[in-house]
Design a protein around this ligand. Structure first.
Ligand code: BEZ
Length: 210
């Protein structure tokens, strides 16, 4: 199924290293990242899952639950998890889905046949508490994702969900944000008491509102 931003994230039941889950129940009121990797016991994937585990507190602070997926079976996941913990100095305690029949990979369009007929690519979905898709990224097997970038995007998504702001190129948390064009400058002055920096009528910055 082809998913797009704003679509409802499909629910599913899965076998995972932390026991069976229902995706929506697992998420509860949290944000979520659902990310696939090509295969267990592969080098790039080992570093990606290790990095996610090491960022546990950063994800928790943002109320984000991580959920990984590959099409390998559960027993393979368990063995590989030990290697990840050993080599990446971490404790993987988020669930890794064993999607052997590729049902979830199909729901989320994680197999790109011209890249690999059988393995999932590096897809990553950020899902909001309303269970809609807020972000999708897709990397090839040979390129590990930047999980600091994933956190940065989540910071932007959470901020823009709360206030009428957007975030500029290369924005990092704490830096000034952009007032969205749909807000008049008169309204923006009331809404953002920390003040406006009006560079052009359509390019207006304000400090982070909270
Ligand atoms: C990896 O995770 O290292 C990997 C997986 C498939 C192809 C290339 C690299």
């Amino acid at each position: 199924m082809r998913l797009r931003l704003g679509d409802q994230a499909p629910n599913f039941q899965a076998k995972t290293t932390e026991g069976p889950i229902d995706f929506y129940e697992f998420l509860g009121d949290s944000w979520g990242i659902l990310f696939s990797h090509p295969a267990d016991y592969t080098p790039v994937c080992t570093t990606e899952l290790g990095k996610t585990a090491l960022l546990k507190q950063a994800f928790e602070k943002r109320n984000v639950k991580a959920l990984a997926l590959s099409v390998d079976p559960l027993d393979k996941h368990f063995g590989w998890k030990q290697d990840i913990n050993e080599t990446q100095n971490c404790e993987v305690d988020f669930p890794i889905i064993a999607d052997e029949d590729r049902t979830i990979a199909g729901l989320y369009d994680m197999i790109h046949p011209n890249a690999s007929a059988t393995a999932t690519v590096r897809s990553l979905f950020v899902i909001g508490p309303d269970k809609t898709i807020k972000l999708m990224i897709t990397y090839p097997a040979s390129t590990g994702r930047n999980f600091n970038e994933v956190l940065r995007v989540i910071d932007s998504l959470q901020l823009t969900a709360k206030f009428s702001v957007a975030t500029p190129a290369n924005w990092e948390n704490g830096e000034d944000v952009i007032v969205v064009p749909s807000i008049s400058t008169e309204d923006a002055e009331k809404k953002f008491p920390k003040g406006l920096n009006i560079v052009k009528p359509y390019l207006r910055y304000t400090p982070v509102p909270e």
